[in-house]
Write a protein that binds this ligand. Sequence first.
Ligand code: NAP
Length: 345
Amino acid sequence: MTLNIGVIGTGAIGREHIKRITNTLSGGKIVAVTDVNQESAKQAVEQYGLDAAVYPDDVSLVAANDVDAVFVTSWGPAHEASVLAAIAAGKYVFCEKPLATTAEGCMRIVEAEMKHGKRLVQVGFMRRYDSGYVQLKEAIDNKFIGEPLLIHCAHRNPEVNEMYTTDMAISDTLVHEIDVLHWLVDDDYKSVQVLFPRKSKYAHDNLRDPQIVILETHSGIIINVEISVNCQYGYDIQCEVVGEDGIVKLPEFQSITYRKNATLGSNILVDWKQRFLDAYDAELQDFMDSIKTTGEPNGPTAWDGYIAQVTADACVKSQQSGGKEEVVLADKPDFYKKGLETASL
Ligand code: NAP
């Protein structure tokens, strides 16, 4: 069975996903596209030689009879309406982060999905499909390092433009750590605090950079995440878990080492798209395969989208208050306890 997919939003990541469905992965076909910029949607059809209809908006695309599943890859504020429309039509949805830009919006999606009665939604938290994080998860689950106590992380980008604001360090950047770290230790966050060290000379006037985010889980694990979005040297993701019996660390992205001009070195990526290339492939293949085999997507749930948004909101509150902020989640519904939330490669 081929899963017929409609794509809402043919910008950067929308096109990346169209490309991987069309050229790399198996079991899916892009049959419909839309974008507020209709020219962009038409260009995407041409660029990838798609046999796909261009729809004027998300509602008409979702309603199309030949669309089985929808990819929501438009800008964040438009996600909630498209996801709700897809659920109302009983169609599967792969939604890029954020699921919605407010906790209330995420909860509306959670409630709509529960009312529908089976899982339809997967959120694009692709790090759960990265082989390095999967190995960390296996080590933690198998008690290889005993109970986890501390996690040190860094999320560094070479530079950002003037449009990038201080709160985007949370909503666009930290959000991937927020998701993958609670999944890694199978624990929810209790509180968060954001600290601002000395500002980098590369940060533009309206941006506080770097930032340190401290997250504490209910079992007492303390996590610190450095976010530096003007580090200059490359795109660099670090994660080291300190346990009672040892330490496990995310592998470096593979690169040859070289000896040249009295230097022993290896290259660091600059483009974020390259770092999680395999994980993007794996998340979408899993989305299609699990729908085919179980009738439901298997990856990060709408509830995970809700957790990420509530935690991100608390971080933004802490950026403003300077203090520790509680992360207050609703009780997890049984509906989301049954899911297989662990990716396997
Ligand atoms: P982008 O290049 O700006 O693409 C978004 C596209 O959606 C643009 O063509 C935009 O048109 C269009 N659009 C906006 N509102 C729409 C609507 N209501 N209906 C249909 N199309 C609409 O952004 P992007 O980098 O691809 O990001 C898209 C989403 O993916 C964002 O939510 C982002 O956070 C997420 N993302 C996730 C990852 C990840 O690592 N998982 C990476 C990158 C992005 P206009 O340009 O005319 O507004």
